[in-house]
Ligand binder design. Structure first.
Ligand code: 5AD
Ligand code: SF4
Length: 478
């Protein structure tokens, strides 16, 4: 049935994606062309999501759009009429996994030739991905990036009508409000506050895949959070690649991330978290806003990447180890008991053993309660991809293992401080390993498994912690 003509063929350009002009951000309101309404009735979709919370949030919007068209979700891959991969480009291994999955789906097409396979998110924003898709995965019928989620109705319509769509926009970005959202969780919700990133860390692909920093209006965010609270949601996580740059792009007002936290502190939502922060842009006003407490939870993810100033400079992180420590100390002073987690990259090109040791020392000094640790992965089009890296695979893994040992020791210490304490847990569901227990997260974002009394999913309950383990706390409902 497919004649393989393209209804659209716009391929990515890293050169265009790198541009940052001073143009006004275009805001628009989502709406579905009546031509597509009910188009999905009788069809099932299966959405696979990889990567960060930004992608989880985008997937909830795409699910919302597909359901508005009449599609229904299925967990069974072979039942799906439309399969969409929402992908991550941050490291090579994330990408290889997706290519492997696309290969696996080719055999489903033999049994179900009408199945439409699509790919979106960060990977298609890269030139090399689209080249490889066209060459080795011609059966992928829908390819789009991070900027045009709102065009999904048109893409699926064209694909189901026998056409191929490749539409990847290498623009700085726009903001589309009112996209329907099908939330995955009953009590926790993602709230995008801004999109894109202007930091251009030399290892990172995100500023090229997600465009320039652009903020939603505070009124829209506050209204969304209030509506979520009214609908019974307990917790929101404010999302952005660099939330501390929130509001810098406003031309009509002086309003930053600290102001947003202060305003949201007055809303009726019970819990607020946010991610991700950039140490350079995290200011005293924000630390003071966190000190307001109440619904602002005492945990912070503050990626440091390296503990060595020379490496930080080559990463273009724009802060020193000393400046990072100053902010950590302020955070600990203003928000006593705060739980701080981080991201670290090892084996950045040229990182010496001494420079690596500086990172290990920093982990000990800060006493991070958790860290995502990564081996540096070169990304085509980023400056660091051209830096010479003489380390062997064995040396890279050895550094990662040694770092993880130190990180794990501190995580356990961060867990132990809760033994015999009472924490408040937002209940998520049955515990993974013991169905008689429930699980959820505490104020400090610790996973708690506990023996329930009356608690049910979505409740906020008091739990006495009996024992701390490396990756969870064990307790009983009071
Ligand atoms: N290689 C390895 N890790 C990376 N990250 C970002 N880019 C790369 C890369 N090229 C890590 C950073 C970031 C986290 C989301 O992923 O630590 O904070
Ligand atoms: Fe990537 Fe740096 Fe932006 Fe984070 S702040 S998304 S690491 S460029």
């Amino acid at each position: 049935m497919s004649n393989n003509t393209y209804s659209k063929l716009i391929e990515p350009s890293i050169k265009d994606a790198r541009k940052r002009r001073k143009e006004e951000i275009k805001f628009s309101i989502f709406d579905i062309n009546p031509k597509y309404l009910n188009f999905g009735v009788g069809k099932k979709y299966h959405l696979k999501t990889y990567g960060c919370q930004g992608n989880l949030s985008d997937s909830e919007k795409m699910a919302g759009i597909l359901e508005a068209l009449g599609f229904i979700a299925t967990d069974i891959e072979t039942e799906a009429d439309f399969v969409l991969f929402n992908t991550c480009a941050i490291r090579e291994n994330a990408e290889e996994r997706v290519f492997g999955e696309l290969g696996r789906f080719q055999k489903f097409l033999k049994q179900k030739p009408d199945m439409i396979i699509g790919i979106c998110g960060c990977m298609p924003q890269e030139e090399k991905t689209v080249r490889r898709l066209k060459k080795s995965f011609p059966y992928v019928k829908v390819v789009f990036g991070t900027h045009n989620i709102s065009s999904l109705p048109e893409y699926v319509y064209d694909a189901f009508n026998g056409q191929k769509v490749v539409e990847v926009l290498s623009i700085e970005g726009n903001i589309v409000e009112n996209i329907p959202v099908k939330r995955d969780h009953l009590a926790k919700a993602w709230v995008d506050i801004m999109y894109g990133c202007d930091e251009f860390c030399t290892y990172c692909i995100v500023p090229y895949t997600r465009g320039k920093e652009r903020s939603r209006k505070p009124e829209s965010i506050i209204e969304e959070v209030e509506a979520l609270a009214k609908a019974g949601y307990i917790e929101v996580t404010l999302l952005g690649q660099n939330v501390n740059a929130y509001g810098k792009d406003f031309t009509d007002r002086e309003y930053g991330f600290a102001n947003l936290l202060e305003d949201l502190n007055k809303t009726s939502i019970k819990r607020i978290r946010y991610t991700t922060s950039h140490p350079r842009d995290l200011d005293l006003a924000t630390i003071k806003a966190m000190a307001l407490g109440g619904n602002i939870m005492p945990n912070l993810h503050l990626p440091v990447q390296s503990g060595n100033n020379e490496v930080l400079k080559r990463m273009n992180r724009k802060y020193t180890k000393e400046e990072y420590m100053e902010k950590i100390n302020l955070l600990k002073e203003y928000v006593p008991g705060i739980s701080i987690t981080t991201d670290i990259i090892v084996a950045f090109p040229g990182e010496t053993e001494e420079q690596f040791q500086d990172t290990v020392e920093l982990v000990k000094e800060v006493e991070f309660e958790g860290a995502f640790t990564f081996i540096y992965s070169p990304r085509e089009g980023t400056p660091a991809a051209n830096y010479e890296n003489l380390l062997t695979e064995e040396q890279k893994h050895d550094r990662l293992n040694r770092l993880n040992d130190v990180v794990n020791a501190h995580s356990l210490k961060g867990q132990m401080r809760f033994e015999n304490q009472v924490v408040e847990v937002l209940v998520e569901g049955p515990s993974k390993n013991n169905p008689e227990l429930l699980c959820g997260y505490s104020e400090h974002n610790k996973l708690v498994n506990f023996t329930p009394k009356t608690a049910k999913v979505g409740d906020l309950v008091k739990v006495k912690i009996i024992k701390a383990y490396s990756w969870h706390l064990l307790g009983e409902e009071l």
